[in-house]
Write a protein that binds this ligand. Structure first.
Ligand SMILES: [Zn+2]
Length: 416
């Protein structure tokens, strides 16, 4: 893991922190391991390893896990990470729901909550519902606040991660410039982090999903819009101010259809759920014949992406062709992204791939045609592993990431 050294205070005992992080990450990722193995891999001296292990054991962060093979003499004690040492609260703000979970440090849930919200009810009502769902899951979990390390929140963007402010969530009424991070942090008195949903999903895949163990990946989500999250050297790449990763607004055709952002011909205007539904309606208006015509027309404004993908699964050639065309154009956006970032993997998630999994193969075939030959075979284009849970697991993951980066926080307070 590459640590962001710029964020460490200049007067801290940097080497000690780095050594501790290195040992802890090794035990977490490769445990159970012995002290000798840790010294071999980290190149730290054996006494230094013993000191760190003693410190981590006293706090309950690591525990013993049986004995390894002896190479002469006593069998070595093996050490493993204790994922129940601390817990994390994850909150996902959506258009119609606030979801929350408490998970351990392996992202295993111990309590879950879900409150329906009315997007038109205004920011103070929605904020109270955020508090309510957090209060409920804390109570259900039976945990005390000192067992909970922090709260991770993801929200529709754009989000100012540094300031902890939701700048604007156009679909939620009055949800502009909300200092959500500090409001939640003040109420609960623990570390709170805020991230936009697409970035959180990428962080979730990195820690617990399809990107686990990878360094450079792009996570692309096709729902009613198209969101992206870029991971470079195991870190989310946010870019300047409102954040990078707006792959849905790559221009595919400068004279193309109107996009929700005000521009023309964006990827989202061709390949998102909204674009697919709109294209079906346009084709029907143009007089394209399909046995499903009556069904589509009956649905009218109720026609959703799910209706279209169900029709495609049922063999409707109009739905199949519209999805194929959208996937072909999506592949253009992905090929552009690959040429920019050269990631190890592109991870594809969201409703389009979940409802109609064949889309993945269509996309892969067209990306192959467009990406420079010499490295296409090395790049994997793979489905999301976390699916609909990517955002909320990501909200938890960013807090877990913080804890492993700043391992001195694990050692604060009284020993367990
Ligand atoms: Zn756009």
């Amino acid at each position: 893991m590459i640590l962001d050294l710029s964020t460490f205070p200049a007067n801290s005992n940097l080497m000690k922190q780095l050594n501790r992080s290195q040992v802890l990450n090794l035990i977490r990722n490769q445990g159970p391991v012995s002290k000798v193995q840790i010294a071999e891999v980290t190149k730290l001296t054996f006494p230094a390893v013993v000191n760190i292990i003693t410190e981590l054991s006293q706090r309950g962060i690591i525990t013993e896990s049986g004995y390894g093979h002896s190479v002469g003499g006593r069998k070595p004690v093996l050490l493993k990470f204790n994922p129940n040492f601390k817990y994390v609260i994850a909150v996902e703000l959506e258009l119609h729901h606030v979801k929350a979970m408490i998970v351990n440090l392996d992202a295993e849930p111990v309590a879950k909550g879900d409150i329906k919200i009315d997007p038109d009810s205004g920011s103070s009502t929605i904020l109270n519902q955020v508090y309510k769902v957090i209060d409920e899951i804390i109570e259900v979990s039976g945990l005390s606040m000192d067992q909970i390390y922090g709260i991770g929140i993801c929200s529709p963007g754009p989000v100012d991660h540094n300031q902890g402010v939701v700048l604007n969530a156009p679909m939620l009424k009055d949800w502009n410039n909300i200092p959500l991070r500090d409001m939640v942090a003040q109420r609960y008195g623990i570390l709170t982090l805020l991230e936009k949903d697409a970035n959180a999903a990428a962080i979730g895949e990195l820690w617990f999903g399809a990107a686990k163990g990878k360094e450079n990946v792009v996570n692309l989500i096709v729902n009613y819009g198209i969101g992206g999250g870029i991971i470079i050297d195991r870190r989310i790449y946010r870019g300047f101010y409102k954040g990078a990763g707006e792959i849905g607004h790559l221009t595919i055709n400068m004279d193309g259809p109107q996009c929700s952002c005000g521009n023309q011909g964006c990827l989202e205007a061709y390949s998102s759920g909204v674009a697919i539904v709109r294209k079906i309606k346009e084709e029907l208006q143009r007089g394209v014949e399909t046995p499903y015509k009556e069904k589509y027309e009956q649905l009218g404004d109720e026609l959703t992406l799910k209706c279209v993908t169900d029709a495609a699964l049922d063999g409707d050639y109009l739905a199949i062709n519209v999805i194929k065309d959208s996937a072909r154009i999506l592949a253009v956006g992905i090929a552009n992204t690959i040429h920019y970032f050269s990631p190890e993997s592109i991870i594809l998630g969201g409703k389009l791939f979940a409802y109609y999994p064949k889309t993945l193969e269509i996309v892969k075939q067209h990306v192959k045609e467009r990406v420079l030959d010499y490295f296409y075979d090395k790049i994997s284009i793979i489905p999301s592993e976390l699916g609909d849970n990517a955002d909320i697991i990501g909200a938890a993951s960013m807090v877990i990431e913080h804890l492993f980066d700043y391992s001195e926080q694990l050692l604060s307070g009284d020993p367990a």
